[in-house]
Design a protein around this ligand. Structure first.
Ligand code: ADP
Length: 185
């Protein structure tokens, strides 16, 4: 069994960017619930239509929908040798569901990207101009941060000493080096 890593951090914390770099280095699939939900919305599937109302205002999509999505994804053959989860689990019930399906071994390392709030807001507003993601407007960003503090942050205590806290500020390369060092130790 290869590495089973979770990228945890605030919206705009750089999870997706770093996860893609780590995926290339480790050769395990990058499983991003945000990307999967955006694909579902773009394709107009039943799941996409149901998710849209939540994603557009920055709420979490109901647990049963994302749990089913991830369960199906992790059952595929390419995930048998490890995976890199990005954006899931995002609350305690999702973490418990993951542990129920895959056991306590579901994750070996949790990379927590630590970025302060002013920096996050600045990054997301900039991303809004470049990528035009519908949920990157100031009101939704503030709501996503509230959801992060209320629902996702408790996972840091839940995962305890498997969590590696990484300074998520600086250049993309510097942050990647910090993560690579942690994952190697
Ligand atoms: P960010 O971390 O910048 O908010 P993501 O792409 O991870 O971006 O998530 C975008 C949106 O997709 C979230 O605001 C939420 O609505 C939905 N989403 C992603 N992952 C989950 C999840 N595990 N559970 C519920 N909703 C999710």
């Amino acid at each position: 069994m290869g590495r089973r890593i979770l990228f945890l951090g605030p919206p705009g914390g750089g999870k997706g960017t770093q996860a893609k770099m780590v995926r290339r280095a480790l050769g395990v699939p990058h499983v991003s619930t945000g990307d999967m939900l955006r694909e579902a919305m773009a394709s107009g599937s039943d799941l996409g239509r149901r998710a849209e109302a939540y994603v557009s205002v920055g709420d979490l999509v109901p647990d049963e929908l994302v749990v089913a999505l991830v369960e199906e994804r992790l059952a595929r053959e390419d995930a048998a040798g490890g995976y890199l989860l990005d954006g899931f689990p995002r609350n305690l019930p999702q973490a418990e569901a993951l542990a129920e399906v895959l056991g306590d071994e579901a994750l070996d390392t949790i990379v927590y990207l630590d970025v302060d709030e002013d920096e996050i807001i600045a990054r997301l507003l900039k991303r809004a101009q470049i990528e035009g993601r519908a949920d990157d407007n100031e009101e939704t960003i503030r709501h996503r941060l509230e959801v992060f503090h209320g629902e996702t942050e408790p996972l840091i205590a839940y995962y305890g000493d498997r969590v590696r806290r990484i300074d998520g500020t600086g250049s993309v390369e510097d942050i990647y080096c910090r993560i690579a060092l942690e994952l190697a130790s």
